[in-house]
Design a protein around this ligand. Structure first.
Ligand code: PMP
Ligand code: GLU
Length: 388
């Protein structure tokens, strides 16, 4: 298993900062907002009320009830409490799911670009990631035909996110219906639908694959509070799943972590019960940052970017710089360009290789407009310095 590339880049930029270098880090996908006060208040109250002991393994009953309500309210998915498992971040939710469903040799279809940890978690379980590339011209969308063609008798799962990390791609209801049609033809295949960015969507409404009744039994919906509620450090994620799978994840978690933090769980009740409409200022801020970054990238010759519909990432193609030189060093890959931008331009991004696309870089624009403006200026200046 590889080290998480997102976490590795954030570690590297922290190290450079500790050496006194003025690095701007756009490497980690983490909102730069603070957790809303009413959520923090719920945590303080929880401590005062002594919610400080082990909790039920899949989470407090009233939290799971609140999450089931949230799934009905926001996503039109009828999960009951016993189909919900709360974990230590959506990352653990995904790990529980993969560890409890994937046997050595099972194939897991992963449309690329994909979030870094999917393929690595599959490898830990002995599964085989079957990576299917998509293209920037097609907004990095995975088509029903590609899905159909990738399925073999060994396929156990398909994993994807919408809005997508790292591309920001958002699937429409019709596009999800197209994937559901293929899934329906293969009753032994399940889909992990990662919807952690559901509220960070600039184009329209969010749609969930599990809303379609005819594939409901084949979909596990992953979500969490890290992104929308700026709660990355609280470590709370959850799944809604067919009962058999939820039970398996519960059993897995009971041996690994017992449950996630009691106080964070109480705070999460406040988050999932809140009206997502209160997130509109944060979403508007992300949208204007997206415009800022896209405008800056459009002015950089050789950089090709599409317009992402959600999340807080842009994933431009920078392959036109391969073969160019920084002094004596030839830039041969996205990784080389990323290291050059870090060491020379003092901007930390993440190379596309780890997301399954070696032609691109990921820019996380979860930073202030001032920071983004300076980061884009540095990136443009560093790219301009490269010689043929
Ligand atoms: N899925 C996606 C697509 C992500 O970007 C992240 C990053 N945080 C996660 C899952 C995991 O989130 P967490 O563990 O913080 O809930
Ligand atoms: N999901 C975020 C990212 O992609 C956080 C880092 C991580 O969990 O790997 O940057």
């Amino acid at each position: 298993m590889e080290e998480s590339a997102t976490l590795a880049m954030s570690r590297k930029s922290r190290e450079l900062k500790a050496q006194g270098k003025d690095v701007i880090s756009l490497s980690l996908g983490e909102p730069d907002f603070f957790t809303p006060q009413f959520i923090k208040d719920a945590a303080v109250e929880a401590m005062e009320q002594n919610y400080t002991m082990y909790t039920p393994v899949p989470g407090y009953d009233d939290l799971r009830e609140a999450i089931a309500n949230k799934f009905r309210r926001d996503n039109g998915i009828p999960y009951t409490k016993d189909q919900i498992v709360v974990s230590t971040g959506a990352k653990q939710s995904i790990a529980n799911l993969v560890m409890s469903t994937i046997n050595p040799g099972d194939e897991v279809i992963i449309p690329a670009p994909y979030w870094v940890s999917y393929a690595e978690i599959v490898k830990v379980a002995g599964g085989i990631p079957v990576v299917v590339p998509t293209t920037i011209e097609n907004d990095f969308k995975f088509s029903p035909q590609q899905f159909r063609d990738a399925i073999t008798p060994k396929t156990k799962m398909m994993m994807f996110s919408s809005p997508c990390n790292p591309t920001g791609t958002v699937y429409s209801k019709e596009e999800l219906r197209g994937l559901a049609d293929v899934l329906k033809e293969h009753p032994n295949v399940i889909v992990m639908s990662d919807e952690i960015y559901e509220h960070i969507n600039f184009g329209g409404s969010h749609h969930s694959l599990a809303q379609f009744e005819d594939v409901y039994e084949q979909v596990v919906t992953v979500n969490g509070v890290s992104k929308a509620w700026a709660m990355t450090g609280w470590r709370v994620g959850y799944i809604g799943a067919p009962k058999l799978i939820a039970d398996a994840c519960n059993k897995m978690q009971g041996q690994f972590t017992s449950a996630t933090c009691s106080i964070a769980q109480r705070a999460t009740i406040a988050a999932v019960n809140a009206d997502p409409a209160i997130l509109k200022d944060m979403i508007a801020a992300f949208e204007s940052r997206r415009e800022l970054v896209l405008k800056a990238l459009a002015a950089m010759p050789g950089v090709i970017a599409n317009k992402p519909g959600g999340a807080f990432y842009v994933f431009p193609d920078i392959s036109s710089f391969f073969g160019k030189k920084a002094g004596d060093k030839v830039i041969e890959s996205a990784e080389d360009l990323c290291m050059y931008l870090l060491n020379d331009g003092l901007v930390a991004l993440v190379s596309g290789e780890a997301f399954g696309d070696p032609n691109c870089l990921r820019i996380s624009y979860a930073a202030s407009e001032e920071t983004l403006t300076e980061a884009m200026r540095r990136m443009a200046a560093a790219l301009e310095k490269l010689s043929a």
